[in-house]
Design a protein around this ligand. Structure first.
Ligand SMILES: [Zn+2]
Length: 280
């Protein structure tokens, strides 16, 4: 029977049986990698803050450390919390997704409770005809500020839409990579590993928070620019994480990510009008 190797070298991704060996109560020796001869996981001696900083700096080593060499059991909590934050942006009509929908559907501010941003004029485009039926589902409904029940109902609707988008994203990655797997690597990747990797990469969504919390009234350009920048960063983090997870070339991973982002957009875009129709 082959020796069980549950860990991975953070430098090259080679499997390893152990991260360290103990020689007596106070002597501990870090394992070296058979393949690259580096230390399998230097991060086990590091402060978590350093690991966090390296994650923010999109380090593959730090991502391998979290995904393969730590327990990271609470990833599903992270998964839910991040969807809630994304929902909050959608519910306030304040996210890159909303900016794109407002632009495509020509939706403009018609009340004071919502700040409806469109892309700056050189970037404007119109929705293709087959999309326009859904546009009405994204028109802001008259919201009575005192009726908390309505506000809550909106939040649930947007939560389901966001969840549908995230599910479309993850399933697209999963099935695209499953089809490509024979060509890129011999290792089978488990669905739970994908959920872990997604939750880790999706932390980049937190960067939308400063605008959601403090950006009550910046120019439309600033808003669109900020969310655009967060999207680019988030794309880079996901790209890096999935390259680590699937050991897949960058160009193919980028293509898969572009496809899954499009599926996410479409799923969210179609779900909200659908639920609204069902509720009426
Ligand atoms: Zn190695």
């Amino acid at each position: 029977m082959a020796e069980e190797k549950p860990y991975k070298c953070v430098n090259c991704g080679e499997s390893s049986a152990a991260l360290y060996k103990t020689y007596g109560p106070s002597v501990l020796k870090l394992t070296k990698c058979d393949k690259c001869n580096g230390i399998v996981d230097k991060y086990i001696e590091y402060d978590p803050v350093i690991v966090m900083i390296d994650l923010v700096l999109v380090s593959k080593e730090a991502q391998r450390h979290v995904l393969y060499n730590t327990e990271f059991k609470a990833y599903w909590k992270l998964f839910i919390i991040l969807i809630m934050i994304e929902t909050y942006g959608l519910w306030r009509s304040d996210s890159l997704f909303n900016i794109l929908v407002h632009t495509a559907c020509g939706i403009e501010t018609n009340n004071t409770t919502l700040n409806l941003t469109q892309l700056p004029s050189p970037l404007r485009w119109e929705a293709p005809v087959w999309w326009q039926r859904q546009c009405s589902g994204w028109q802001p409904e008259e919201r009575d500020e005192r009726d908390l029940f309505i506000w809550e109902k909106h939040f649930y609707v947007q939560f389901i839409s966001t969840f549908a988008g995230v599910a479309a994203f993850i399933l697209t990655v999963h099935f695209a990579m499953k089809m490509l797997q024979p060509f890129i690597s011999q290792n089978e990747t488990r669905f739970s590993s994908l959920l872990k990797a997604f939750s880790l990469a999706n932390v980049s969504i937190l960067l939308t928070l400063p605008m959601l919390v403090w950006g009550s009234d910046p120019e439309a350009e600033t808003r669109a620019f900020h969310y655009g920048l967060v999207f680019v960063y988030s794309f880079a983090v996901h790209l890096n994480t999935f390259i680590v997870l699937y050991e897949c070339p960058m160009a193919i991973t980028a293509l898969v990510l572009t496809a899954s982002n499009s599926m996410k957009f479409l799923a969210t875009y179609h779900t909200t009008p659908l639920i609204r129709e069902l509720l009426h």
